[in-house]
Design a protein around this ligand. Sequence first.
Ligand SMILES: Nc1ncnc2c1ncn2[C@@H]1O[C@H](COP(=O)(O)OP(=O)(O)O)[C@@H](O)[C@H]1O
Ligand SMILES: [Mg+2]
Length: 249
Amino acid sequence: MTDHVLQLKEVTKTFGSGRTEVQALKETTLEVARGEVIAIIGPSGSGKSTLLTIAGGLQTPSGGEVHIAGERITDLNEKRRSRVRLDHVGFILQASNLVPFLTVSEQLRLLDKVKKGNMSAAERDGLFEELGIEELTGKYPGDLSGGERQRVAIAKALYSNPSLLLADEPTASLDSDRAFEVMGLLKSAAVKKDAATIVVTHDTRLTDYVDKVYKMVDGTLRLEEEKEAERLPDERTEFLEPEEERDGV
Ligand SMILES: Nc1ncnc2c1ncn2[C@@H]1O[C@H](COP(=O)(O)OP(=O)(O)O)[C@@H](O)[C@H]1O
Ligand SMILES: [Mg+2]
């Protein structure tokens, strides 16, 4: 068994053909291990979301292989691929993962119906408190603010204890302090639950929480930075204190 929850082997993605052809992803090989958190930064249109959705089996690549939890999902039909997604992958995508006609608690109850191994009630309550959404459980997504919706979406993704967590700009509609808290939460979830985590972000300050930073430019992924060692827990807490320089971002 490999220690890598996610393996991309020479994955490519091309949209359109002829004069309208766009090579969104050039040949990309990437491995993410259990407990590892990587960040992908890069300009808009460079292929970050394409990579993330292919990594989670939401889109099929034009070439190459994707393995999730040891299973080669590029060979599976859509039905089996969706089972792998349900069992192993947590998505925090830009398009909301919330069902509009279900309340916050109903969204989670639905997950309990289709899959085992989700958080215990106590663990869920702790998560809701950490995200400051414990008062929102009876509300519908349409009644929430953008920031609240984003935090509920994060809770929903973490609730299923995914072995692979894929987050596309998860802190985009959060204020600075919340953004740091959420990154801390994703990091501790990855470590505690041994989940491989990929976070696409514009915010380079958030990369302090990650093990590796990749940069995507024109469909090419390049390793920018690899952290020497784990941050100590108290250093991490210190990082959560509000600071002047974070204002206005
Ligand atoms: N479904 C699609 N059909 C056609 N082109 C697409 C599609 N999805 C993405 N693209 C193109 O692929 C490139 C990468 O897009 P994307 O992965 O969304 O970039 P990013 O997330 O870095 O902003 C862009 O040129 C975009 O226009
Ligand atoms: Mg994108």
